[in-house]
Design a protein around this ligand. Structure first.
Ligand code: NAD
Length: 435
C-alpha cells in the first residue's frame, strides 16, 4: 500500500473513526475540526465521542505520529499538499425534515479553494443529486471528486471502517478509482462503482430498509400481545431465514440512533418535492413515531387515576449502551412526556451524569445509582439494555417498589425467566411470558 496524505474534515462519529482507521492503515492523516472544544479534546488525545475501542486506538494512532488535528485544512495543505480530502461533516434535519446541507457546501468550498487540487471524497449522507449540484457549482471538480457513503454502525464504527460490508463509490471520472482503492486498502468486500447520484441513493435506500425492518418487527410484536405468543421466539424464527436475518428485528421503542430518523425524513422530503408518493416509507415512520408512546399508554392503563401521584424510575437515557449519541434517543421524547403526567420522574443511566440529566430533562431527578432510582417507585421504565439493568438483583429490588410494581421494558431486554416468579407487573413490546 502506498501511504497518502489525507485530511478528514469533520471529527464527529464518522470523521474521527475514519481518521484513526486511516492512520492505523499507514496513511498520514490530519483530522480537521472547527468546534473549539472538540478540537481541544482531540489535541489532548481524548476521543470527543464514545465508541468502543476508539480511545485506545486514537492513543495508538497518535503515538505513531501519523495522526494530527487542525482547525482548518488550508494552512496544512499550503505546507504540504494533501492527496485526498474527505468531508464527513454533519447533515442534520432541517425544520421540514430535509437534509441541511450548509456544513457540506461550506466544507466543499474550502476544498475547492485548495491548490494543487486534492481528490475530494464526500462521506456525509446527502440526498440524491447533491453531488451533481456541487459539481455544477464548481467547474473542474468533476475529474477529482467521489461520493463514498459511510455505512458504519455506532458501536462498531472502527471495525466497520476497517472491515466494511461493501464499499460504494460514485465517481464521474473512473481515473480516480485506483486512488480510492488505495484509501480503502485490501478490504476483500464487494465494491459497487456507480454514479455519484446512485451512490447517494444506495445510502438512503439502505437506511430506509433498516428502518423498515425495525418497524416491521414492532408491528408484528403488536399482534403478539396475547398470552399464547412468545415474541422473542417469533423473531428468532423469522430472523433465522437467511433471506431475512436477525439484525434490526428487535421489537421495542423504535429506532433511536441519529441517522435512521433523519435519513428517512430526508428521503420522504426528497420524494415529496418530486411529487412521488412513498406509502411504505411513510408507514415505517408512522409505526416508529408511535412506539415511544407505548410507555405512557401502558402507564395510563395500569396506574389509572393513580398516575398523577406516581413516582417513575427511568433506567437508561442512551438508546443503546454502546453509543453516546443522544440526538434522537427515545428518552428525549419519553421523559419529557412522562413529566407532564406523573408526580416525579427519576432518571439513572450509568454513563450519563446528573448534570446532563438536568440539562436534558429539567425537573427530572437524577439518581446516583439504580436502587436509589427504583426504591419507592410505582413503575420502572427501561430505555437502555445496560448489563447493569439486565443483571440487577430484581428479586431484591422488587419488594422495595410501590404497588402496582410495574416494569415497562422498552427494550425487551430483561430475562423473563427471572421475573416470572416475582410479584410485579411486567410489560414489553409483544408478550414475553408465554402460557
Ligand atoms: P457529527 O455531527 O457528529 O460531526 C460533524 C462534525 O463536523 C462536527 O464536529 C462539526 O463541528 C464538524 N464540522 C462541520 N463543518 C466543518 C468544517 N467546515 N470544518 C471542520 N469541521 C466541521 O456528524 P456524524 O454523526 O459524524 O455524521 C457525519 C455524516 O456522516 C452525516 O452526514 C451523517 O448522516 C453520516 N453518517 C453518520 C453515521 C453515524 O453513525 N453517526 C453513520 C453513517 C453516516
Amino acid at each position: 500500500m502506498t501511504a497518502m496524505r489525507i485530511a478528514v474534515i469533520g471529527q464527529g462519529y464518522v470523521g474521527v473513526t475514519g481518521a484513526v482507521a486511516l492512520a492505523q492503515g499507514g496513511h498520514q492523516v490530519t483530522g480537521v475540526e472547527q468546534d473549539a472544544q472538540r478540537l481541544a479534546a482531540l489535541r489532548e488525545g481524548r476521543a470527543p465521542v464514545f465508541e468502543p475501542g476508539l480511545q485506545e486506538e486514537l492513543s495508538l494512532a497518535l503515538a505513531t505520529g501519523r495522526l494530527r488535528f487542525a482547525r482548518s485544512v488550508s494552512p496544512v495543505h499550503a505546507e504540504e499538499p494533501f492527496d485526498v480530502v474527505m468531508v464527513a461533516v454533519g447533515t442534520p434535519p432541517g425544520p421540514d425534515g430535509s437534509a441541511d446541507l450548509s456544513q457540506v457546501t461550506a466544507a466543499v468550498q474550502q476544498v475547492t479553494a485548495l491548490v494543487p487540487a486534492p481528490l475530494l471524497v464526500l462521506k456525509s449522507t446527502v440526498p440524491p443529486g447533491t453531488s451533481e449540484m456541487l459539481l455544477r457549482g464548481s467547474p473542474g471538480l468533476r475529474d477529482r471528486y467521489a461520493y463514498n457513503p459511510e455505512f458504519l454502525n455506532q458501536g462498531s464504527a472502527l471495525e466497520d471502517w476497517l472491515a466494511p460490508s461493501r464499499v460504494v463509490v460514485g465517481v464521474a471520472d473512473r481515473r480516480n478509482l485506483p486512488l480510492l482503492r488505495q484509501i480503502h486498502g485490501h478490504t476483500g468486500c464487494p465494491w459497487v462503482v456507480t454514479t455519484p447520484t446512485s451512490a447517494e441513493m444506495v445510502k438512503y435506500a439502505s437506511n430506509a430498509f433498516l428502518a423498515t425492518k425495525i418497524s416491521f418487527a414492532n408491528e408484528i410484536a403488536r399482534l403478539c400481545a396475547g398470552p399464547e405468543f412468545h415474541v422473542d421466539q417469533i423473531m428468532q424464527g423469522v430472523g433465522s431465514d437467511p433471506r431475512i436475518g436477525h439484525a434490526f428485528l428487535q421489537p421495542g421503542l423504535g429506532f433511536g440512533d441519529s441517522c435512521l430518523p433523519k435519513d428517512t425524513a430526508a428521503l420522504a422530503n426528497w420524494a415529496a418535492a418530486r411529487g412521488i408518493r412513498l406509502p411504505l416509507l411513510h408507514a415505517v415512520r408512522e409505526v416508529n413515531e408511535g412506539q415511544p408512546g407505548m410507555v405512557a399508554e401502558t402507564l395510563r392503563r395500569e396506574l389509572g387515576t393513580a398516575l398523577s401521584r406516581a413516582r417513575i424510575a427511568v433506567l437508561g437515557v442512551r438508546y443503546e449502551p454502546w453509543s453516546d449519541d443522544l440526538r434522537a434517543a427515545p428518552s428525549r421524547t419519553v421523559i419529557p412526556g412522562l413529566m407532564t403526567e406523573v408526580a416525579e420522574v427519576r432518571v439513572w443511566d450509568p454513563e450519563v451524569d446528573a448534570e446532563t440529566v438536568t440539562r436534558l430533562f429539567p425537573g427530572a431527578v437524577p439518581s446516583p445509582d439504580l436502587p436509589s432510582a427504583t426504591d419507592g417507585a410505582h413503575a420502572v421504565v427501561i430505555l437502555t439494555e445496560w448489563p447493569e439493568i439486565i443483571e440487577a438483583d430484581w428479586a431484591s429490588l422488587t419488594p422495595r417498589l410501590e404497588a402496582p410494581r410495574l416494569i415497562i421494558d422498552g427494550k425487551n431486554c430483561l430475562y423473563p425467566g427471572i421475573l416470572q416468579s416475582l410479584p410485579l407487573l411486567y410489560r414489553s413490546t409483544g408478550n414475553r411470558f408465554p402460557l
